[in-house]
Ligand binder design. Structure first.
Ligand code: GLV
Ligand code: MN
Ligand code: MN
Length: 415
């Protein structure tokens, strides 16, 4: 049965949430525990309550909104995503999975459906790495992929800890992060709706991507220390310029990814900061933050080894001190085959054109897969653009995703 999805209502909510942003329209910026993130959370909780969902949040700020089923003792069916947004992002990344889930639940309620097991929407804290350089904080803690000690040791660029930022954002001095972890199989399943963030669905004229696997992300930092000095007075021979070494390392990252032997290896030097950063001063320090992903952990490891060896050689040759700091080295996630089949069947029932694919971006599903059977539904986005203000999925594309999500949730919550 087609669900009575009211796409105009959902689109209005997507626009309303996009307006809670540090950046001006059409860009969206919502960084963990910023005033905008706090306002967005309050707005969202109000939305959840307005349709009768019971809301709780945990010690890291994950929000859970539950529609109780007839059998409270049965593991619930979960869905959701994130509403934080990297600087200068668009309005659909993550948001479609949270507000789309809300619309799916409203449509189920309005269709007269009564869930046997509870349905729960999760809004995960800090899927984006903006604040601490590490993404998926909420789902990592919730699934046990990260220990509370590791989370407490993280520092923002300003040197603040998670606990300090939370208090600054107005949370009470509070519960232990250890309480965030959920027991294994607390959920029957987790299904996340998300924009593809890549071009394949649009290119192939498809409505839905059924995700079979999520590529394995990793990231790390290099800190380089050379020697500064006057740009005019210090002659070229013997300089210890940290930026020049960093530049060679960034090129080695590209080479490592291109020559890994696997077409899925991608390497990006997304951060390069130098000090002192003055036109007439030789850069004495450089910080590189590098993102390296692959579907295959062996070729990723090969690329990582190549980059580390290249960095050592470059720095030795240029007489630069080098420090390596790993940030994360996560395995890939395989989506649950039965859920994948169920999503595929729902697309057929809804007469939508679908295709199975790999998620090259990471998502909270990567960690939810450690906790319970997990799968993802992708919808196309224009030109595959994401993490930029012109990110766009049409109302009809969003409707298709919500239709499939609603059908899957109805099926899973019926027994
Ligand atoms: C998530 O935003 C990612 O970087 O894959
Ligand atoms: Mn993102
Ligand atoms: Mn996302």
């Amino acid at each position: 049965m087609t669900l009575p999805i009211r796409i105009a209502r959902l689109q209005d909510e997507i626009d309303e949430l996009a307006a809670i942003s540090e950046a001006h329209h059409p860009a969206v910026t919502r960084v963990l525990f910023s005033p905008e993130d706090q306002r967005a959370r309050t707005w969202l909780e109000e939305k959840f309550r307005s349709v009768g969902l019971s809301v709780r949040h945990d010690a890291v700020g994950n929000i859970f909104a539950r529609w109780e089923g007839l059998h409270l003792e049965l593991p619930a069916v979960a869905t959701g995503s994130h509403i934080d947004a990297i600087p200068n992002a668009g309005k659909y990344d993550g948001v479609v999975g949270v507000l789309g889930a809300l619309e799916a639940i409203r449509a189920l309620q309005e269709s007269g459906f009564q869930p046997v097991r509870s349905l729960e929407i999760i809004m995960f804290t800090s899927e984006e790495p903006t604040r601490f350089g590490l993404g998926c904080l909420g789902s990592r803690l919730l699934s046990g992929a990260m220990t509370p000690d590791r989370a407490l040791a993280l520092r923002s660029r300003e040197g603040l800890s998670l606990a300090e930022l939370k208090i600054e954002a107005g949370y009470p001095e509070d519960p232990e992060l250890a309480s965030v972890r959920l027991p294994q199989d607390i959920y029957r399943a987790f299904v996340e709706l998300h924009i593809e963030q890549g071009p394949t669905l649009e290119r192939d004229g498809l409505d839905i991507g059924v995700v079979e696997k999520i590529a394995a992300p990793s990231s790390f930092r290099f800190r380089l220390e050379g020697s500064g000095g006057h740009a005019g007075a210090v002659l070229m021979p013997g300089r210890r310029d940290a930026l020049l070494a960093a530049s060679e390392i960034a090129l080695a990252v590209e080479k490592a990814a291109l020559e890994s032997g696997c077409p899925d290896t991608v390497g990006t030097t997304g951060v390069l900061r130098i000090e002192p950063g003055a036109i007439n001063s030789i850069p004495c320090r450089a910080l590189l933050e590098i993102d390296l992903r692959d579907t295959n952990v062996k070729t990723r490891q090969g690329a990582l080894d190549f980059i580390r060896k290249a960095a050592e050689e470059i720095c030795l040759r240029r007489d630069i001190d080098l420090d390596y700091e790993p940030i994360n080295l996560d395995p890939p996630a395989i989506c649950d085959p039965q859920l994948v089949d169920l999503i595929q069947r729902e697309t057929e029932t809804a007469n939508l054109k679908a295709h199975r694919l790999i998620s090259r971006a990471y998502h909270d599903s990567l960690f939810m897969a450690l906790l319970c059977p997990t799968a993802m539904i992708f919808i196309p986005c224009r030109h595959g653009y994401s993490h930029r203000p012109d990110e766009y999925s049409s109302p009809e594309q969003i409707r298709a995703g919500v239709q499939v999500l609603g059908g899957v949730l109805r099926d899973l919550a019926s027994t």
